[in-house]
Design a binder for this molecule. Structure first.
Ligand code: XUL
Ligand code: CO
Length: 438
């Protein structure tokens, strides 16, 4: 079969001296880091929607990139061309996973029965490509935000008919995820939120979202889905207020409705920053709750302040991300590039160079995080910082062997505590710079 990206070779690791734009400078898949190959630390995934569907349309202008891949858009022939393009793309880059929304895979029909027939047809074709190449599915999801029927959300819609439609889409997307052997299934809230409390029953909407998720878990388990369900938190955009604001909020929601055993977090860098957190913060909150599942790897732009979905190039952020991931013992999911080329980067070559940038950034992040952990000064400092809880009264507090009255008597005796010790933030920041650039 003729190649779609005929002018792009297989992308290889050439080392940090290479000037070849179509080569990895840092991502060396077989290089062993902390006892395992880089590619096992970094299960990269291609996002079907950005890479194969989106052409750069924004509020002010139409597509700049041609994603027709030689077929007429809106046809099943185009759906197949996207499969061909996607698998050739992943094979050439050594990306071993993909993620998809139902509607990324084929043109949606007016009637759901016909949509589902098209999904059956295209998923057979995808499955044959998976078997041929060994490429796997990281996670699937249903797009319950694009179609006008979802203007008020899916699980949170005021319309029971829309709720049913969402259920039907989730059922089919779960069928496809299981058909592909996907490791996870994602709920991104999309429009699960509100614009004004003047027309919204927040309690009812949240209960309904939980009902939908519970039914999804029950159905998924009944058809043999053993992977994780993920919530992908995001505070706003498209809605003004979204219910899955950040990791802490989503974890609280899952616990409230008894969904926490089946769900973990899919943390997206640009969503965390929109919530006013660092990427690392939401990773840490997920990890300490045993819910760090998967990552949507991208980055935002603090000067713009919306969900820019840029390819990650910030090595500091990537280092802190991998620091969290390694300390959490890895991900159950992977690193999905939920990222798009900038609008003026409209060529096929740019698609590859964007992934090279992202993969190299996370490879650097892995190397630097491993060095930071092996260096030990930061971890050592943190441990030492809390050492007053390792003996004496501190130890009794942690063991739950004291009372407020005993602590008050202890404080009386002390008169006044010494200052708690310098936080040494600048020293620690200097150590990170030394690891990054030394
Ligand atoms: C939107 C977003 C989605 C989800 C999947 O901001 O990140 O693409 O990852 O629906
Ligand atoms: Co995402």
């Amino acid at each position: 079969m003729s190649e779609i990206f005929a002018n792009i070779p297989k992308i290889r690791y050439e080392g940090s001296d290479s000037k070849n734009p179509l080569a990895f400078k840092f991502y060396d898949p077989e290089r062993v880091v902390l006892g395992k190959p880089m590619k096992d630390h970094l299960p990269f995934a291609m996002a079907w929607w950005h890479n194969l569907c989106a052409g750069g349309t924004d509020m002010f202008g139409r597509d700049t990139a041609d994603k027709s891949f030689g077929a007429k858009k809106g046809t099943m022939a185009h759906a197949r061309a996207k499969v061909d393009a996607g698998f050739e793309f992943m094979r050439k880059l050594g990306v071993e996973y993909f993620c998809f929304h139902d509607v990324d895979l084929m043109p949606e029909a007016d009637d759901i029965k016909e949509t589902n027939r098209r999904l059956d047809e295209i998923s057979d074709y995808i499955l044959s490509k998976m078997q041929e190449t060994g490429i796997k599915c990281l996670w699937g999801t249903a797009n319950m935000f694009g179609n006008p029927r979802f203007m008020n959300g899916a699980g949170s819609s005021n319309s029971a008919d829309v709720f049913c439609f969402a259920a039907a889409q989730i059922k089919k997307a779960l069928d496809l995820t299981v058909k592909f052997g996907g490791k996870g299934y994602v709920f991104w809230g999309g429009r699960e939120g509100y614009e004004t409390l003047l027309n919204t029953d927040v309690k009812f909407e949240q209960e309904n979202i939980a009902r939908l998720m519970r039914m999804a878990v029950d159905y998924g388990r009944s058809i043999g889905f053993t992977g994780d369900f993920y919530i992908e938190p995001k505070p706003k955009e498209p809605m003004k207020h979204q219910y899955d604001f950040d990791a802490a909020t989503a974890i609280g929601f899952l616990r409230q409705y008894g969904l926490d055993k089946d769900f973990k977090m899919n943390i997206e860098a640009n969503h965390a920053t929109l919530a006013g957190h660092t990427f690392q913060h939401d990773l840490r909150i997920s990890a300490i709750n045993g819910m760090l599942g998967s990552i949507d790897a991208n980055q935002g732009d603090c000067l713009l302040g919306w969900d820019t979905d840029e390819f990650p190039f910030n090595v500091y952020e990537a280092t802190m991300c991998l620091y969290e991931v390694i300390k959490a013992g890895g991900l159950t999911g992977g690193f999905n590039f939920d990222a798009k080329c900038r609008r003026p980067s409209y060529t096929h070559e740019d698609m590859f160079e964007s992934y090279i940038l992202g993969m190299d950034t996370f490879a650097l992040g892995l190397l630097k995080a491993a060095a930071l952990i092996e260096d030990g000064r930061v971890d050592g400092f943190i441990k030492d910082r809390y050492s007053s809880y390792e003996s004496g009264i501190g130890k009794k507090i942690v063991a739950g062997e004291t009372t407020l009255a005993e602590l008050a008597a202890y404080a009386d005796e002390l008169g006044a505590p010494a200052l708690p010790g310098s936080g040494k933030q600048e020293r620690l920041e200097g150590i990170v710079n030394q690891i990054l650039f030394g």
